[in-house]
Design a protein around this ligand. Sequence first.
Ligand code: DGP
Length: 109
Amino acid sequence: MDCIFCKIANKEIPADLIYEDENVVAFNDLNPTAPVHLLVIPKKHYSSLNDIDEEKVFGQIFSAIPKITKKLGIKEYRTVVNTGKSAGQSVFHIHVHVLSGREFTWPAG
Ligand code: DGP
């Protein structure tokens, strides 16, 4: 499958890896929008949140996040999952953005 995030998870293309376990990898976003901007992805391919058919995947992703932020010394951060084009999704392998290091506004743009 021609998926850039599968290739990052499989180490076929390089990325700035921050964290890895059996099911999940996290790496720095190529175009950061905050001083800290990571992407956390499952190693297994799911195009979007709509395609996750195993509940355990949510636990795998979200339980990794506090481990990663703790490692980075971050206590406050924003997590974002864009689902679908109109919501801003541009890479169709589910990923959670983890953003920190500046003030964020709400509602999101
Ligand atoms: P989204 O728009 O929510 O689908 O976010 C996709 C993010 O992925 C975007 O912030 C840029 C990032 N990105 C795209 N291609 C690459 C890549 O090859 N390497 C890395 N590290 N990040 C990428």
